[in-house]
Ligand binder design. Structure first.
Ligand code: HEM
Length: 483
């Protein structure tokens, strides 16, 4: 495993939208070794690296400026260009180091790695899985699983809420995506997903993605074999059962284009693997609970709204439209801590981006984490202020926790429903505060996902109508204003 590189930012970085766009970056001429080192710094801590790059070099910068290799674009007008022109800026940036038929490639060959006509066909075939009837049909599963979790919490003790939320979201996802409720199957899928995710996020696995003895990447490929095998067996079992159930996999199995094209078994494996992880929802929910524990006034105001409308119960779909403060808390939470904190694009032809003349296949990064902190767009950007949403209505390239343009998140409605149900039920029943000495640091490593590292221990107490400030340490103080 590569040695994690320490974060170099001591103070919160307030990013400024109108900082000068530099042409002569300090990485204008870099040797191969220096470029490798720079990439390694980026992949070891993307959020720390991008924050520092922004504060030093502004909204557009690159390293290897003569022949830019990595370009960082944070301004809304650049996000617009990169997201709207899907013909020029492709998603499928990853080079294929493994055999096309390898399990890892099957798991990666989802809509998230496609462009052009292939992408359009795949999107058409996936659409029925995200129909609002399917999403609304998942509501009962969300409620019953959340209720089970909260009943286990009734001991007024200290719990690792990160683990609890991970298990909850995973169980909801298995039921809604695969129609699988049996705990042993849920647990084994959970373990495999976690092993692949953790293994492939290690910097050494990212930098040396070769299926060779002694390299950590080999273990990832073996786990991927097991995962593909397991998903194939679930699909085959569904085919044998014959009936149509209302889970997302069944919807995709029966989906056809007007020309009669449908998804093969291998394509189904790719797509369900892509949508069943739900790590983004886990991350959104855990940051939300952390933010609420840090901000007692927001917690009190939210509980008042929830109890006033729901009287302790689970929300109906109608209720969910009548909870404006819950809406604002979620919007503000994913502004400040967007689960997918950056995206990558690759230009298929040479092109200009700002003042950079880019050769074909340059890697370009956008970041909701940085754009959401531009003070011209969001005054006091590091502060958690749900009330700001009464006053602002940012455009889709200024605020894009769910992406924007062609690849906009198809799972947004599902994720929002789940987040609202879990938060509404949890906060009506319990008051949350950090356990003494709790640290919150971001997870290091090569991840698109912004997630806290390790356990988040919280005291779970019944409400007594009093909410006090709950202290926490760690590099969270670089990412949000704690007081
Ligand atoms: C809070 C939760 C979630 C967040 C923050 C989130 C965020 C995103 C973002 C930022 C993108 C665009 C990536 C890019 O442009 O590079 C995206 C795409 C996507 N998301 Fe989500 N997502 C969430 C939940 C979900 C869920 C629950 C599902 C499935 C059930 C899902 C399925 C997808 C798919 C399939 C795409 C690709 C869409 C396309 O290429 O057309 N997401 N998501």
């Amino acid at each position: 495993m590569a040695t994690p590189i320490s974060h170099e930012i001591e103070e919160p970085v307030e990013v400024t939208a109108n900082a000068a766009i530099p042409f002569k970056g300090r990485h204008a001429r870099l040797s191969s070794f220096a470029r490798y080192r720079e990439k390694r710094r980026f992949w070891s801590d993307p959020v720390g690296y991008m924050s520092q790059r922004y504060s030093n070099e502004g909204v557009l910068s690159a390293f290897g400026a003569q022949h830019p290799e990595y370009v960082f674009a944070f301004a809304p007008e650049l996000n617009k260009q990169l997201n709207e022109n899907a013909v020029l800026f492709h998603w499928s940036a990853s080079r294929k180091w493994t055999r096309p038929s390898s399990s890892l490639n099957i798991l990666r060959a989802s809509i998230g790695n496609m462009d052009g006509q292939e992408y359009q066909i795949r999107k058409t075939l996936m659409r029925p899985a995200f129909h609002h009837d399917v999403i609304e049909g998942a509501r009962d599963k969300m409620i019953s699983r959340t209720d089970e979790m909260l009943s286990r919490w009734s001991d007024n003790g200290v719990r690792d809420v990160h683990l609890e939320i991970r298990k909850l979201v995973h169980a909801i996802s298995m039921a809604a995506v695969l129609g699988v409720e049996e705990q042993s199957v849920v647990d084994s899928i959970y373990q495999l997903v976690d092993d692949i995710y953790t293994g492939s996020g290690r910097p050494l696995a990212m930098l040396l993605p070769f299926d060779l003895p002694l390299l950590p990447f080999r273990k990832v490929t073996r786990t991927a074999d097991e995962m593909v095998e397991l998903l194939r067996s679930i699909i085959q079992q569904k085919r044998r059962d014959g009936g149509v159930s209302c889970d997302m996999l069944s919807m995709m199995m029966h989906s056809k284009t007007e020309q009669g094209v449908s998804l093969s078994e291998t394509e189904l494996v790719s797509e369900i693997y892509n949508i069943m992880g739900h790590d983004t929802t886990i991350s959104a929910l855990i940051w939300m609970l952390i933010l609420i524990a840090i901000h007692p006034k927001a917690q009190a105001k939210l509980v008042e709204e929830l109890s006033g409308r729901l009287r302790g119960g689970a929300p109906t779909l109608e209720d969910l439209n009548q909870l404006p403060y819950l809406d604002a808390v979620i919007k503000e939470g994913v502004r400040l801590m967007p689960p997918q904190c950056f995206s990558r694009r690759l230009n298929v032809e040479p092109c200009w981006l700002g003042h950079y003349d880019l050769p074909a296949r340059t890697t370009i990064f956008m970041s909701s984490y940085i754009t959401h902190r531009l003070p011209d767009l969001y005054p006091q950007p590091l502060r958690f202020i749900p009330e700001r949403w009464d006053m602002i209505k940012p455009g889709s390239y200024e605020y894009f926790p769910f992406g924007s343009g062609v690849h906009y998140c198809v799972g947004r409605a599902f994720a929002l429903l789940e987040m609202k149900i879990v938060l509404a039920m949890t906060l009506q029943r319990y008051k949350l505060a950090f356990a003494p000495g709790q640290r919150i640091d971001r997870m290091p490593g090569a991840r698109l996902l912004l997630s806290p590292k390790g356990a988040v221990a919280m005291k779970i107490e019944k409400h007594d109508g009093r909410f006090s400030s709950s202290r926490v340490r760690g590099d969270i103080s670089q990412m949000i204003a704690l007081s």
